[in-house]
Design a protein around this ligand. Structure first.
Ligand SMILES: [Zn+2]
Length: 66
């Protein structure tokens, strides 16, 4: 729970103003959530494509080896 020194009050996260600011005095209490970097999304997409490829490969390979 974010604490505001200026207001001497605990705020719960949903009641904070935009950007994690205190609704009473506007002081930033919670650092705004950092945006997901594009290369992280790219890595997830590549991982998803790789997994599809591996599943496809397994589906091709498995019937020939049992
Ligand atoms: Zn405050």
């Amino acid at each position: 729970m974010p604490w505001c020194d200026d207001c001497s009050k605990f705020w719960n996260a949903p009641s904070l103003a935009d950007g994690g600011a205190c609704p009473g005095c506007g002081r930033i209490l919670v650092a705004p959530r950092t945006r997901v970097p594009w290369h992280f999304k790219l890595m997830l997409a590549a991982l998803a494509i790789y997994m599809v490829y591996r599943i496809y490969w397994l589906a091709e390979w498995l019937p020939k080896h049992i």
